[in-house]
Design a binder for this molecule. Structure first.
Ligand code: PRP
Length: 188
């Protein structure tokens, strides 16, 4: 698998240090409060698992899965919930955890949908941000790393569902995906 990697962008140590920093910031901001953390499947799995272990605030977590309507999704912005959270978030402090914000359409839709359920507060925490790809105005409340428009995999991020188990975040060799340089939504 490592043969498909052009370069490692963030090592395990770098990721862990940044996750720790994000955890400290969240601990400060939510001191004395309780949280509901909503992880977005599948990409946020590793990030959420590591981040919540840095959070000292009492929390409950749930998972949500969204899917795009086929190939036109990234332009249409149509997102569909394929697995909703099980718990009510009304009057709760909610933190949405995403692996990456690219066009911003998924996060925007999620925030709008969750906001309509009347939480006490609603914020987002993303590990990676690609601001140059944005198609809608949205800024995550917490962001791990800002990156250029590179195709990245690992630590939960996939290409065609593969490479998620890499402990690092890496750039794939073009020949490994061969579809141009935008983060296509393959098979998800
Ligand atoms: C990725 C990522 C975000 C979304 C970001 O999910 O986890 O949910 O794309 O893209 P956007 O800002 O352009 O909307 P993906 O559909 O690849 O599913 P996955 O998490 O299961 O890999």
């Amino acid at each position: 698998m490592m043969k498909d990697i052009a370069k490692v962008l963030f090592t395990e140590e770098t990721i862990a240090a940044r996750v720790k920093e994000l955890g400290s910031q969240i601990n400060k901001d939510y001191e004395g409060k309780e949280l509901i953390v909503v992880g977005v499947l599948k990409g946020a799995l590793m990030f959420m698992a590591d981040l919540i272990r840095e959070i000292k605030t009492p929390l409950r977590f749930d998972l949500i899965a969204v899917s795009s309507y086929g190939a036109s999704t990234s332009s249409s912005g149509i997102v569909r919930i394929i697995k909703d959270i099980d718990m009510s978030i009304e009057n709760e402090h909610v933190l949405v955890i995403e692996d990456i914000v690219d066009t911003g359409l998924t996060l925007k839709y999620l925030m709008k949908t969750l906001a309509s359920r009347q939480p006490a507060s609603l914020k987002s925490c993303v590990l990676l941000d690609k601001p140059s790809r944005r198609k809608t105005e949205i800024t995550p409340d917490y962001s791990g790393f800002s990156i250029p428009d590179w195709f990245v995999v690992g630590y939960g991020l996939d290409f065609a569902q593969r490479y998620r188990q890499l402990p690092v975040i890496a750039v794939l060799k073009p020949e490994a995906y061969n579809i141009g340089n935008s983060q296509e939504k393959e098979e998800s």
